[in-house]
Design a protein around this ligand. Structure first.
Ligand code: DGL
Length: 283
């Protein structure tokens, strides 16, 4: 089992931001990444749809790839499906992601925190519960960003790339304006939680828009540390030298635009195109 890969999935390329941290924290491990791009975006779909996709992908990764752990690198899928995944696979080490509200509380000086996420995540019971636990500790301004994950997904496509980059800039401007004032003065939001793994790939544009005094908070690193801890305590952590061949270390699959996944993996993880494959379309 120690030699088995760790499964990672997202609705598309967003989870690559988590994979990046996982690789850094777990250099000796093998990873299988599933981009469900043929069904992206998840954020504006029904809970039932996202739950069914999450269950189907998990079953597939267990059956075909014999994964020893699964990282749900998607806030939306974690919010609506992780309890069901845990119930169906009690033996599997499962790690989800959620908007980093608690880390943001440690960072914010003004006590006013912005949270960008998908409609699905922000309206989920799981997220509302998390928010409820932190009631009174800070002011949280939430913004559902319809269309943003899709624009980021499309920004790596050869045909739609240029147009998508423009719409990312427009959507960021529109949504941050709706949220209110950012800055380090009293009452302003000085911390912004990126509650969707796709948004990490727009952080340079966001920083340019909001200025350096606004801290952006994402979840890749804490999730990677938690994955390491759980593998260690289950004695499933692979140590020793990193697997030599890239094909042994990493297998990325997409059931949508494989060229888009290749472009994203190259741009953000410096991976060659040969690491990316067409996913089994039956899943
Ligand atoms: N990257 C995902 C998340 O963290 C899903 C975005 C989407 O497909 O809408 O929520």
């Amino acid at each position: 089992m120690i030699e088995s890969p760790i499964g990672v999935f997202d609705s598309g390329i967003g989870g690559l931001s988590v994979l990046q941290s996982l690789q850094a924290a777990l250099p000796a491990e093998h990873f299988v990444y599933w981009a469900d791009s043929g069904h992206a975006p998840y954020g504006e779909k029904t809970d039932l749809f996202v739950r069914q996709r999450s269950l189907a992908i998990t079953d597939h990764l267990i059956r075909q790839h014999h994964i020893k752990a699964l990282v749900v690198a998607c806030n939306t899928a974690t919010a609506v499906a992780i309890h069901e995944l845990r119930a169906q696979h009690p033996q599997l080490i499962l790690i989800g992601v959620e908007p980093a509200l608690k880390p943001a509380l440690q960072i914010s000086q003004t006590g006013h925190i912005g949270v960008m996420g998908t409609r699905g995540t922000l309206s989920s019971e799981k997220f509302q519960r998390l928010l409820g636990h932190l009631h009174g500790q800070a002011q949280f301004t939430l913004q559902a960003c319809d269309g943003l994950a899709l624009a980021i997904e499309q920004s790596t496509s050869l045909t739609e790339g240029g147009q998508a980059t423009e719409s990312i800039a427009q959507l960021l401007q529109q949504y941050t304006r709706l949220m209110g004032e950012f800055g380090s003065c009293s009452g302003q939001m000085d911390t912004l939680v990126l509650g969707c793994t796709h948004y990490v790939f727009a952080q340079d544009a966001l920083s340019a828009l909001l200025g350096p005094q606004v801290k952006l908070v994402s979840t890749g690193e804490p999730v990677a540390r938690q994955t390491r801890r759980l593998l260690e305590s289950a004695r499933l952590l692979r140590t020793g030298p990193a697997p030599h061949a890239l094909s042994a270390r990493l297998c990325l699959m997409s059931n949508g635009d494989v060229a888009g996944l290749q472009a994203a993996a190259q741009r953000w993880l410096q991976l060659p195109h040969s690491a990316c494959h067409r996913a089994d379309m039956q899943v």
